[in-house]
Write a protein that binds this ligand. Structure first.
Ligand code: GRF
Length: 214
């Protein structure tokens, strides 16, 4: 393990169950060499803020309502996040579109969690979209965040079966279970320094020795 911890900043908007998974799996006392140094929420009432405070992680709130437009909000957000000097920024249920004003400040250092097998069902209510479509398989994607929403290249994906009779609650529960494992696993890969984007084709992401084989 390297001496300097791998610094993670997590952006949330709501319940923060995925933040909890990060805190449970990766945060300092677990000796993984990773540290969640800051949690930023778009909403002051986000329950996830209490999860961070409960383990002594610093929190900040950057509401859209305090800014004239999205770009101005993203300038503030980028400033707040940059002050925490992150190695990786994790969007874990951050329900607001980010512009280049934010993403341009942290190139190849922002990942997002999405509850479908992208490119299927991008945008809001991915789980409802999958149910409406009647697909038999959906899933979870952790991908690089880019200006186009839910369109950056995947880092990890895992399939989740949709069962006959599933409803929003039952499928959400099954997807959450996978998310809570996949997101910390992806962060660990970044902390281990084994995630690489192919400079010749930046949609291709290699994990560890995969890159040497291709
Ligand atoms: C997750 O399903 C994530 O995929 C989506 O928002 C949800 C956040 O849940 N982007 P939580 O706040 O981590 O419980």
């Amino acid at each position: 393990m390297s001496e300097k911890p791998f610094r993670i900043v997590v952006l949330i908007s709501g319940s923060g169950s995925n933040l909890q998974a990060i805190l449970d799996e990766l945060h300092v006392p677990h000796g993984t060499g990773a540290e969640c140094v800051l949690v930023v929420s778009s909403h002051a009432e986000a329950a996830g803020l209490q999860r961070a405070e409960a383990v002594g992680v610093a929190t900040q709130v950057v509401p859209m309502a305090d800014h004239p437009n999205r770009e101005a909000r993203d300038d503030t957000l980028a400033q707040v996040v940059a002050e925490a000097d992150p190695d990786l920024v994790v969007l874990a249920g951050f329900m607001s579109i980010l512009t280049a004003n934010f993403l341009g400040r942290f190139p190849d250092r922002v990942i997002n969690l999405h509850p479908s097998l992208l490119p299927s069902f991008p945008g809001v209510d991915a789980i409802g979209q999958a149910l409406q479509w009647g697909v038999k398989i959906t899933g979870v994607t952790v991908h690089f965040a880019e200006v186009e929403v839910d369109a950056g290249p995947p880092v990890l994906q895992e399939a989740v079966p949709v069962r006959y009779g599933d409803d929003q609650a039952s499928l959400t529960a099954r997807i959450r279970e996978i998310e809570h494992r996949l997101l910390p696993a992806a962060i660990r890969l970044f902390a281990d320094g084994v995630v690489t984007r192919d400079p010749g084709d930046r949609r291709q992401v290699s994990i560890g020795s995969e890159g040497e084989l291709g």
